[in-house]
Unconditional design. Structure first.
Length: 209
């Protein structure tokens, strides 16, 4: 597994690096402090580098997840969540990532199981994030129609695969479309239910069912 870490805080970055280097499934590992450093590593490889997983911290309102997604379209993004307070979780849930892991849960065992789940197509979601999303969905905090929106046949396929926890790349492969088309369909589905993230969409759909 090819892994890149994008983390500003040195203590977190070094801790992750130490744990990752002890995991058997990691074949290549790079750790960077900023998006700029990550892009330099991409340039060094002639623009052809796409790590299997990029572990990135939550960097405030101007989160870098979208930038990472653009530059590394086939990489899975694992968000490192530092706090469990509602404000921080709300900011985290709005990011378009493939899974989450809490800083206070970080051990070699949890990191290894989370990475394996992520590579297996599962969306790793710690309890604080799951609870926050379910509470938000139950409260109706996100405005939504009382009627289920219309999904065309292709969007219904995408909805089913989102509920399985598949990534955009996996959806593209399963449906037989390009990665760009998969992203477009996923965005259309999320917009129709006014959902800020894939994770919130899944929680909202489960609540409605």
């Amino acid at each position: 597994m090819d892994v890149a870490v994008l983390e500003l805080l040195e203590v977190h970055r070094r801790g992750l690096e130490s744990m990752l280097r002890r995991l058997q499934g990691i074949t290549t590992l790079e750790c960077h402090r900023s998006m700029e450093e990550l892009l330099v590593a991409l340039e060094v490889r002639g623009g052809e580098w796409n790590p299997d997983v990029i572990i990135a911290s939550c960097c405030g309102p101007d989160d870098i997840a979208d930038q990472v997604r653009i530059k590394f379209p086939t990489s899975r993004i694992l968000k490192l969540v530092a706090k469990a307070d509602p404000g921080y979780l709300a900011m985290t849930a709005r990011t378009h990532v493939d899974g989450y892991i809490m800083v206070h849960d970080l051990t070699e065992a949890t990191l290894d199981s989370t990475l394996l789940a992520l590579m297996g197509g599962v969306v790793p979601m710690p309890l604080p994030i799951t609870s926050y999303l379910l509470d938000r969905a139950r409260s109706g905090e996100t405005s939504r129609s009382h009627h289920r929106p219309y999904f065309n046949p292709r969007e219904r396929d995408v909805v089913a695969l989102l509920l399985e926890g598949l990534s955009n790349r996996q959806i593209a492969d399963r449906v037989g479309i390009s990665l760009h088309s998969a992203k477009r369909h996923v965005s259309a589905v999320l917009n129709k239910v006014n959902s800020p993230s894939r994770a919130h969409f899944v929680a909202q759909m489960l609540r409605d069912e």
